[in-house]
Design a protein around this ligand. Sequence first.
Ligand code: B12
Length: 267
Amino acid sequence: MSENEIYPYGAPEHPSVSKIDLTKLKPYGDALNDGRTQVSFTLPINPSPEAEEVARKLMEKMGFIDTKVVCMEKPSEGFSYFVCYGATEYTIDFTKIHVVKVEAEFKTFSEINDLIKSKIKRKLVILGATTGFDAHTVGIDAIFNMKGYNGDYGLERYPWIEAINLGAQVLNEDLLDKARELKADAILVSQIVTEKDCHIKNLKSLMQLAEEKGVLQNFIFICGGPRLNHPIALECGLDAGFGPGTLPSHVASYVVDEFMRRKKVRE
Ligand code: B12
């Protein structure tokens, strides 16, 4: 990553150092390079002085030094919830980090519409749903709804996108059938609940079903949710994955780029 990408608004200034050493990055708590870290976890025992000592010892076993338990609460009978502080001596060489990310040039609302209008010359059809047992709709709504998310218009607002949000608890089978019926260009799947990796199982079974139905190549498959990212999406057989903080224009940019790449439409 270039310095501009790491610090789009300029590198922070520190009185004691001229530049942050990116090859030895460690957490910043009270001061640069103090390694101070906050960890929270739950234990299946009621709060007590002994429970607090268990939490502190666990922090030490995790490799933290100068550990403190700063909060011990009882979320329900038989459980304790802890917030602990500690310092780590580990560092990471940031310059050696390589991450698989969505390959798309992020564009504005107007740029996306202009591109579809002038190059694709028809509306793109995008179908979305939260699938399986998952009833969380806020994430998929943030991407689809007119008003959008964080000041970024949702897909329904794009005059050159036909955006259809099927809501929550949609079966994979129904989603694929609807996508075929509407001749969708892209399918957007939201998975919020991740208990026992149900999101992974659900996404994999969607892609298996798509293969069985012979529609794998018909659609651009995209997933999103707070515990999803691009590498997980690829592992499950989808084309792209988006995580927390995703804006509708990020998704629209990717769909347009990927559609044009597949159909060999030149910009
Ligand atoms: C609101 C909420 C609910 C509401 C949902 C209402 C609704 N209509 O959606 C209700 C009360 C119904 C609910 C129920 C449950 N919930 Co709930 N819920 C939440 C809560 C508080 C907020 C979720 C939310 O709306 N986030 C805001 C949106 C904007 O963020 P987002 O979803 O991450 O979406 C963004 C990105 O991830 C991304 N994105 C999301 N989807 C997609 C899709 C695509 C294609 C793309 C590109 C991007 C994208 O873009 C969005 C915008 O940036 C979270 C805790 C939390 N603070 O996150 C728990 C939470 C998600 N719920 C949880 C649980 C466990 C449940 C229940 C199982 C509880 C229960 N035992 O009954 C039930 C599940 C019921 C079911 N069948 O699904 C857990 C999940 C834990 C886990 N690891 O699985 C959480 C994390 C709470 C917790 N800490 O335990 N919940």
